[in-house]
Ligand binder design. Structure first.
Ligand SMILES: Nc1ncnc2c1ncn2[C@@H]1O[C@H](COP(=O)(O)OP(=O)(O)OP(=O)(O)O)[C@@H](O)[C@H]1O
Ligand SMILES: [Mg+2]
Length: 247
């Protein structure tokens, strides 16, 4: 679905992506792990067009999208969530979802007349709220919600874009562990053909979710394999997993 070839990015003298050759297969449940500052968020920013690479290419279903604008990549099916969430904080949960769905349906302009008048948009927003157990919060403004619930709204918005590739940057950050199962359940019920890449420091979550794991260290792919292979990899344990598993 999504591939990078020789992807490089530098911030001044700091190389944060070094010759990254990566493949996200159709329907993948893939995790990207690695120490703080390894370049994981930067990599997602390169995939989504927030950043342009210094060298190398990004391909979506074999088509070069290296320089395609962010919004156009979303239209082609790449959706993401952010490590720090980005929502319309003054609008309600339902309004946030209606905007996402309206944009996807190409009726975004009409949407901003009194929020959410179209039955198909409202129905879809309701369906998304049901998946993420947000029904009770439909009429509440995002700013009033606890952070964990805001993260669920963000995932609902990403799903509302009907993505083929979903990039999740630490979706469980800030969600109380008692609620993280809602997030996991939602991810588990995603259509099988959506390719999901999750960045996560919670190794319980990673090993429950992923069928493939890539370890990024200092901007380069350090190891890649099945969860069993990664768990058994001594070098990975030494640079990252040991401490993450102990944490
Ligand atoms: N816009 C920028 N300008 C300069 N340096 C940056 C910029 N964005 C990120 N960096 C640096 O690039 C490196 C990689 O950052 P990045 O946020 O991609 O790491 P990460 O793997 O997502 O870390 P974390 O696990 O803490 O989220 C870090 O050293 C960071 O300080
Ligand atoms: Mg990050």
């Amino acid at each position: 679905m999504l591939e990078t070839r020789g992807l490089c990015k530098s911030f001044g003298a700091l190389e944060v992506a070094r010759e990254i050759d990566f493949r996200l297969e159709r329907g993948a449940r893939h995790a990207l792990i690695g120490p703080n500052g390894a370049g994981k968020t930067t990599f997602v920013n390169l995939l989504t067009g927030v950043l342009l690479p210094s060298r190398g290419n990004v391909l979506l279903e074999g088509e070069d999208v290296t320089t395609l604008a962010q919004a156009k990549r979303v239209k082609r099916g790449i959706a993401r969530t952010f490590q720090i969430n980005q929502l319309f904080r003054g609008l309600t949960v339902q309004e946030n979802l209606c905007i996402a769905v309206s944009e996807r349906l190409g009726v975004g302009g009409a949407m901003l007349r009194p929020a959410g008048k179209r039955a198909d948009v409202i129905d879809e927003a309701s369906r998304l709220m049901e998946i993420l157990k947000l029904g009770e919060d439909a009429g509440r403004r995002v700013v009033e919600l606890p952070y964990g619930r805001q993260r669920l709204v963000e995932l609902a918005i990403a799903l509302g874009l009907n993505p083929r590739v979903l990039l999740l940057d630490e979706p469980a950050a800030g969600i109380p562990s008692a609620e993280s199962h809602i997030l996991l359940d939602a991810i588990a019920t995603l259509p099988k053909d959506i390719a999901v890449l999750i960045i996560e420091h919670d190794m319980d979550l990673v090993f429950r979710f992923a069928d493939r794991i890539t370890v990024l260290v200092s901007g380069a792919i350090f190891a890649e394999g099945t969860p069993a292979e990664i768990a058994a990899n001594r070098e990975v344990r030494a640079v990252y997993l040991g401490s993450a598993l102990d944490a």
